[in-house]
Design a protein around this ligand. Structure first.
Ligand code: UDP
Length: 452
């Protein structure tokens, strides 16, 4: 057991994720890895999130909450109202938390969608590191939106941006009902590129070989460092399996022992992430598409989405599939029974699938997902994109056909080969001497100097 004095001598980093599942996961994995390298971490998030943490302590990592005021919200909030209140209350309480800390931190790593954290940090003598949780390619598009070298709503049917493949409007980030660049969601995305001239580090949850050209291009503008996939960093170290299990799930994960009884490569895993909400008609088409395919399926349907399933579907499908409200996705994707992943192409889901060598059926919904699906199919060759009908719905036949293509045909073999190649490249990036591991090593050495 280390003495308090020795612990106090270690570098101390505050990690502040944006409080949504897709932002918490990569930041927590990064934080746990830093802790495994001897850095003391205070992982700061909101009350609603800390409630879901199994324990507030994991080795050198402590999870604490700072109020964002959501516990006092009585009426439904607009998106604008939510972001305004979140920034006002969370930033005030974060500043107070830092001021009152007995043992001061040297650095704050904050989610890139919260660029205002940097000012709080600098005013208190801390250095700041912005942590990007989307791909470098998508970040580059947001950079262009910020610089207005790309205008939203998109004006051209095909857009040509430096170091990126030609992108059709359907490949570019979409903001659904937000059609004005000044509205909250487009502004929050573009504003990840505000305040960066003053930042001390910029970390991207990706790896060099995955996005070679655009990483180089971005590095010629900003001091970026790739550190991903953060989800895979600890997988490399079997000794750390304990902290590997230290996760925060905002919904309770169901047991997936069901997978153990399935044959190797016989199950389609289906999930649309933690936010995307499909319409009732679309849910029905997915349901019947899964039923008519030749595979078993494991489908994550969050509790608030269950009403959109066809009547009695759970019992009708019980021979063929299992529906759960949430699962431990990384474990599911690593299971030998998984043949492919029907996904909304969130960035974490994409990276987790690549890390596990699982081919994808891409059914993107919004923001960065379209662009991720373009790369999945056309650049990395690890999946197929579904085609939507004229009504915008992906029909049951299309879903069944994509499953067949990815699991049975020659194309499926090729996708699997490519997915396995990317799995090897992920390992190369995160193991000792790999690009992401080296970038983190470098950061840790700097932390040791600052704190020493
Ligand atoms: N996830 C999970 N269990 C589920 C569904 C999702 O643990 O049943 C995790 C998944 O592993 C990923 C995150 O939730 O780390 C979702 O992030 P992503 O960027 O893929 O999508 P988002 O939810 O942000 O749209």
């Amino acid at each position: 057991m280390e003495t308090e004095v020795a612990t106090a001598r270690r570098p101390h980093v505050l990690v502040v994720p944006y409080p949504a599942q897709g932002h918490i996961n990569p930041a927590l994995e990064f934080a746990k890895y830093l802790a495994s390298k001897g850095v003391r971490i205070t992982f700061i998030t909101t009350k609603a999130v800390t409630k879901s943490a199994k324990s507030s302590l994991c080795g050198l990592l402590t999870i604490v909450d700072v109020s964002d005021g959501s516990e006092d919200v009585k009426d439904p909030e607009s998106i604008e109202g939510y972001f305004k209140r979140f920034k006002a209350v969370f930033s005030k309480n974060l500043a107070r938390f830092i001021d009152e800390q007995r043992d001061a931190a040297q650095v704050i790593v904050y989610d890139s969608t919260m660029p205002w954290v940097l000012d709080i940090a600098h005013e208190r003598g801390l250095r700041g590191a912005s942590f990007f949780t989307q791909s470098c390619a998508v970040s580059a598009v947001f950079y262009h939106l910020k610089q207005e070298t790309l205008r939203f709503p998109y004006e051209d049917s095909v857009v040509s941006l430096p170091s990126l493949p030609a992108l059709g409007t359907k490949d570019l980030p979409s903001f659904l009902e937000f059609t004005d660049p000044k509205q909250t969601i487009p502004t929050v995305m573009a504003d990840q590129f505000s305040n960066l001239e003053k930042v001390d580090w910029i970390f991207l949850n990706t790896f060099d070989k995955l996005e070679n050209q655009v990483v180089e291009w971005m590095a010629s503008r900003y001091p970026i460092k790739t550190v991903g996939p953060t989800f895979s960093l600890l997988q490399m170290d079997k000794k750390l399996s304990n902290s590997k299990n230290h996760t925060i799930n905002l919904l309770e994960p169901a047991c997936t022992e069901w997978l153990d009884s399935r044959e190797t490569g016989s199950v389609v895993y289906v999930s649309f992430g933690s936010i995307a909400s499909l319409g009732k008609k679309q849910m029905e088409e997915v349901a019947w598409g899964l039923m008519t395919s030749n595979c078993y399926f494991l489908w994550v349907v969050r509790p608030l989405e269950v009403d959109k399933l066809p009547d009695d579907f759970t019992s009708l499908a019980s021979e063929k599939g299992l529906i759960v409200g949430w699962c431990k996705q990384p474990e599911v994707l690593a299971h030998r029974a998984i043949a492919c992943f029907l996904t909304h192409c969130g960035w974490n889901s994409t990276l987790e699938a690549l890390s596990c060598g699982v081919p994808l059926i891409a059914m993107p919904q919004w923001v960065d997902q379209q662009m991720n699906s373009k790369f999945i199919e056309d650049v990395w060759g690890v999946g197929v994109r579904v085609k939507r009908g004229e009504d915008g719905i992906v029909g049951r036949e299309e879903i069944a056909m994509c499953i067949k293509e990815v699991t049975e045909e020659d194309r499926g073999m090729e996708l699997k080969r490519n997915a396995c190649m990317w799995k090897d490249l992920v390992n190369e990036a995160v193991e000792k001497g790999g690009t992401s591991a080296n970038n983190i090593e470098d950061f840790v050495s700097k932390l040791m100097c600052i704190s020493g």
